[in-house]
Design a protein around this ligand. Structure first.
Ligand code: FPP
Length: 258
């Protein structure tokens, strides 16, 4: 009897979720969703597992949420996979995080190609291990002709470093007369950032209850809607993504107007 009740409830939950998906699809879906995937370490600790077990589980969620975002019609999904500050972690954890993209892409790349996903990366490539870079570059190249969801990994990414790099390049171009103070608009400055091929995020999600940006897309998130949840990244599911989009759709974006 109890099991029957549970089954009934589960079926009802999934019917409910399908209704909610249909509802959000009937309204504008955020074009660019950026996610700070946080809480892998705490997820593992709660289960007395090593921290890397949380990252391993987190990578599975990357796969699930990429598929789901693609189904919903999201155009760009940016995932904060490794920050310029993450090098401070124990070597064993850093090594694991550096191996994740190759492992993930080894199993998932054929599916990404089939699903018309384009892989991109923002971040400083110069100090990434050769094997990590090779896996990412191969994925970028073999999905370059796709025109579906852009899956953009922020890998060794730091927003302040990105802005400083952009300013340096503006200064170089100013010296050679390509640009001057009158030509330097917000739009032109954006073209100097690593995100120059992307639109700005419409929605930022951060998991695990932390309410901060942690040096993530500081310029690009100027007008984004923020949604924070206590759910740890390895526990993040379609229903949480739907909730974030529902909240996004209820908010009135005024971009500084009235
Ligand atoms: C933050 O959680 C998470 C990270 C620094 C790494 C995020 C990486 C993944 C989710 C996997 C990425 C997968 C691919 C395919 C690139 P935390 O370790 O800071 O958690 P804590 O705050 O609970 O310690």
């Amino acid at each position: 009897m109890f099991d029957k009740m549970k089954l009934w409830k589960n079926n009802n939950d999934s019917i409910d979720l399908q209704d909610r998906i249909d509802n959000i699809k009937a309204q504008p879906i955020p074009e660019h969703v950026a996610i700070i995937m946080d809480g892998n370490g705490r997820w593992a600790k709660k289960r007395t597992l090593p921290r890397v077990a949380g990252h391993h589980e987190g990578a599975k969620v990357v796969r699930k949420i990429t598929r789901f975002a693609n189904q919903l019609g999201v155009k760009t999904l940016t995932l904060y996979a490794f920050s310029t500050e993450n090098w401070k972690r124990p070597k064993m954890e850093v090594d694991f995080l550096m191996k994740l993209p190759s492992e993930f892409l080894q199993t998932f790349l054929p599916e990404l190609i089939e699903e018309n996903v384009q892989v991109k990366m923002i971040g400083n490539k110069s100090i990434l291990p050769a094997a990590t870079l090779k896996a990412i570059d191969e994925a970028i190249q073999s999905t370059a002709h796709n025109d579906g969801l852009v899956l953009n990994f922020a890998m060794n990414y730091g927003s302040r470093a990105e802005i400083i790099e952009a300013v340096k390049n503006v200064l170089i171009d100013a010296q050679s007369g390509i640009i001057d103070d009158e030509k330097l608009t917000e739009e032109v400055f954006s073209s100097y950032l690593m995100t120059n091929e992307l639109t700005d995020p419409d929605l930022l999600i951060r998991t695990s209850g932390e309410i901060r940006l942690s040096n993530f897309m500081l310029w690009q998130l100027a007008y984004a809607e923020f949604w924070f949840t206590d759910v740890l990244w390895p526990d993040f599911g379609e229903e949480h993504f739907v909730e974030a989009v529902e909240v996004f759709q209820k908010r009135q974006r005024r971009f500084g107007g009235v």
